[in-house]
Structure formats: structure tokens, C-alpha cells
Design a protein around this ligand. Structure first.
Ligand code: GUN
Length: 281
């Protein structure tokens, strides 16, 4: 079987071209705010990619950089400012946050129509109810990539590895909305191989390099790798790509798969926030 590599980079570029056209027709530039707290080195890499992408499509990016030892009040004040800033149409607070900060209180404070990541409880609830406004960028990007390659998930057995609010829970929900039968696995799952071996579609968001090995994958499965682990100077996914690609029908590479899709979905969400701000004004 010849495997198809799901090219997130090329798909993201197509979406960027379409976004550029849309943004150039607007009377004002959509603005994305990005809050970082502390010095998480991975966050710094992700955030600089997001800033560059904003600039490429003609959006403005406003960075708010808070110290590692910031207090809850410092972060809440930054959020209040962004909620009121009329040039910031949507914004995100990059996760993880330092341990003294309660992330759920922070996400509670984001105005739902400015919640470009779709992480606030209102938007999470809307997603749960099947109202698909401001979906979290990574799961939205995965669905878009599956659509791009016309991969129909209806009736298929999808096994999701990882249960985070950012990826695992929302992708399970979105796949189920598209009529997949979904199994969720996590760190306490007893026999991961037994589960993944049954999957028509595997979405791995464990963040553990190489956790998905060839003997855990059914022949012809679709394999989506959301994992990003730094191994020295290189970035590794959750999937043993070289071996698994000999078994899978479709597979995402790392880098160049889900990552670029996440960034462009954030831009799409920022445009949605911009459009909502015009309805509110
Ligand atoms: N940390 C890892 N992924 C993400 C993301 O998509 N958004 C935010 N805000 N933080 C993250």
C-alpha cells in the first residue's frame, strides 16, 4: 500500500493565500493579542510562528510579555486590558502558565467573542453543544486536513491518545460529531496497543516521542500525529514515522503536519473574532 503524507504545510499555505485576500478587503486590520507568562522555551517558538503568520496575512499581532514570577492579578489585569482594547479583536494566553497562576480563572476572564483559541468555558460549552464557533485551533486544523484529503471519518473507529482540553477532548468531540466511533486513551489506559490496533484513525496527542510504534497500528489506518517533543536539536512526534508510514494509508509528518494547520486556524479564528466585533460595535 502506498501511503499518502498529509501535507499540513502545503494545506496551510493555501489557506494563508485565501486569508490574505479576505484580510486585504477589510477596512481595518484584524488584531490578535498574544499573552505569554514566563520563559517556556517551546511557547516562545510557537508564539513567534504565530506572530510571523499574522504579519504574512496582513493582521497585526500585539504581544504582551509577562515575567515568570507574575501574580494572578498581573495576568488578570492584562486580560482586562485586552478585553477593552478595540484594536485587539481576538487574543490568546499561551499555555502552559507558571504554577502560581490558575489557568482556569484566566480562561474564565477571556471575553467569549475575543477568545481566539476557543478555550473559554463558554466556547468549550458551545462546542460540546455542537455550535461550532471559535473551535480550538489544533483540533479544527486536524479536521480541516482530513477534509482537504477527503478522508471520511463517518462510521470509522477513531482512537484518540491524550485527554487534554487543548487537543484530546475537543478532537474526540469533533470526530464524534462527524459520526466516528471514538475511544479515548490516556496515561492510565491499561493496554494502549490493544486499543490503537483496533483503530481506523489514530490521533496521538500524548507528547511522548515515539509512543506509537508500528506494531500498534492496523494496516491501512489513518495516523495523525499531534505530538511535539524536543530531542536535542530536532523535533519528534508521538509516532515512529519511518516505520508506521509503511503500514498506514495516510500519515502526518512532524514537523509539517498538524503544526502549520494549528497556526492558520488561529488566524481564521482571529478573522471570526474581527467579524463578531463588527456585529457588536
Ligand atoms: N499551548 C500549546 N498549544 C497551545 C494552543 O493552541 N494555544 C495556547 N494558548 N497555548 C497552547
Amino acid at each position: 500500500m502506498t501511503v499518502v503524507i498529509l501535507d499540513g504545510k502545503a494545506t496551510a499555505e493555501k489557506i494563508i493565500s485565501a486569508l490574505k485576500v479576505k484580510v486585504s478587503a477589510l477596512r481595518k486590520k484584524p488584531g490578535l493579542g498574544i499573552v505569554t507568562v514566563g520563559n517556556d522555551s517551546s511557547s516562545e517558538i510557537y508564539v513567534s510562528g504565530k506572530v510571523r503568520a499574522c504579519e504574512r496575512v496582513g493582521m497585526t499581532a500585539k504581544r504582551i510579555v509577562l515575567d515568570e514570577d507574575s501574580t494572578q492579578d498581573d495576568v488578570m489585569n492584562a486580560i482586562d486590558d485586552l478585553n477593552q482594547d478595540r484594536n485587539v479583536h481576538g487574543y490568546i494566553v499561551q499555555l502552559p502558565l507558571p504554577k502560581q497562576i490558575d489557568a482556569s480563572l484566566v480562561l474564565d476572564g477571556i471575553l467569549p467573542h475575543k477568545d481566539a483559541d476557543g478555550f473559554s468555558p463558554i466556547n468549550m460549552g458551545n462546542m460540546m453543544a455542537g455550535k461550532n464557533v471559535l473551535l480550538p485551533a489544533t483540533p479544527k486544523g486536524i479536521i480541516r486536513l482530513l477534509d482537504e484529503y477527503k478522508i471520511d471519518v463517518s462510521g470509522k473507529h477513531a482512537v484518540v491518545v491524550g485527554r487534554s482540553n487543548i487537543v484530546g477532548k475537543p478532537i474526540a468531540l469533533l470526530l464524534q460529531q462527524r459520526n466516528a466511533t471514538v475511544t479515548m486513551c490516556h496515561s492510565m489506559t491499561k493496554d494502549l496497543k490493544k486499543m490503537t490496533k483496533q483503530a481506523d484513525i489514530i490521533v496521538s496527542a500524548a507528547g511522548k516521542a515515539g509512543i506509537i510504534k508500528a506494531n500498534m497500528v492496523k494496516k491501512g489506518a489513518v495516523v495523525i500525529d499531534v505530538g511535539i517533543s524536543k530531542e536535542g536539536d530536532t523535533i519528534q512526534g508521538d509516532v515512529d514515522f519511518e516505520k508506521v508510514k509503511k503500514i498506514a494509508s495516510y500519515i502526518t509528518p512532524v514537523p509539517g503536519g498538524v503544526g502549520p494547520m494549528t497556526v492558520v486556524m488561529l488566524l481564521e479564528n482571529t478573522l471570526e473574532c474581527y467579524n463578531m466585533s463588527n456585529m457588536i460595535d
